[in-house]
Design a protein around this ligand. Structure first.
Ligand code: MN
Length: 214
């Protein structure tokens, strides 16, 4: 293959699945605006700049010794994960139906109950895991098709503390930019309010998609 012809496809910022004020009062318009148009967009732009770099390296337009391939790979992982995790986070939320409860139904609810006993105990554990995550990162619920186990896991920063190949069903962004404008240092309050915004239909769809890959 002629390395001159190499081309890395670029990434694009996906549409936000609702208006910037749709998650109010739980997550303010200002937060969503900065988070989506600022942070998420920056991950996409930086990814594409890094792909320019990879393209130049592949085409040998930069000579060996003048680049740090491991550094480029690490930055790509960080930024592409920033992009993918945010894309999932947006779709994983929906305007709140009420100000009290928001619980799963369907097959995911059955799975949760068979493993954790009750939805309430699962919620407690997920929130405890989220509250104990040090610094910025993500808490997720993943599904292992192999034996139909659910796993609560984390991303420390954008790097994985994850079991390989397990699709994410549920995801919570815990970076300060996700709540600080509104909740300041009260991360636990943001986490409790986020629960009201979970799009359980999206989580259920992700579970079905995982099952269909069997
Ligand atoms: Mn974020």
């Amino acid at each position: 293959m002629d390395e001159k012809k190499t081309f890395f496809k670029r990434y694009e910022l996906p549409q936000l699945p609702y208006k910037v004020d749709a998650l109010e009062p739980y997550i303010s318009k200002d937060i969503i605006d900065v988070h989506y148009n600022g942070h998420h967009k920056a991950y996409v732009n930086t990814t594409n700049t890094l792909l320019d770099r990879m393209e130049k390296i592949t085409k040998k337009e930069v000579t060996q010794g003048n680049y740090d391939l491991q550094g480029v790979i690490r930055n790509l992982v960080f930024n592409i994960n920033g992009h993918k995790l945010h894309s999932l986070y947006w779709k994983n939320m929906t305007p709140a139906k009420n100000d009290k409860e928001n619980n799963p139904g369907g097959k995911l609810a059955d799975l949760i109950i068979s493993q954790y006993g009750t939805i309430g105990r699962f919620k407690e554990l997920f929130i405890e895991a989220a509250n104990s995550l040090p610094g910025g990162g993500w808490t997720t619920l993943n599904y292992d098709i192999e034996n139909k186990n659910l796993h609560i896991m984390t991303y420390e920063n954008h790097f994985m503390n994850q079991i390989a190949e397990l699709p994410i069903l549920l995801i919570l962004d815990e970076f300060e930019h996700a709540y600080y404008l509104q909740y300041k240092n009260k991360r636990a309050d943001y986490i409790n309010m986020w629960w009201l915004l979970i799009n359980w239909d999206d989580a259920e769809n992700r579970l079905s998609n995982a099952e269909n890959k069997l």
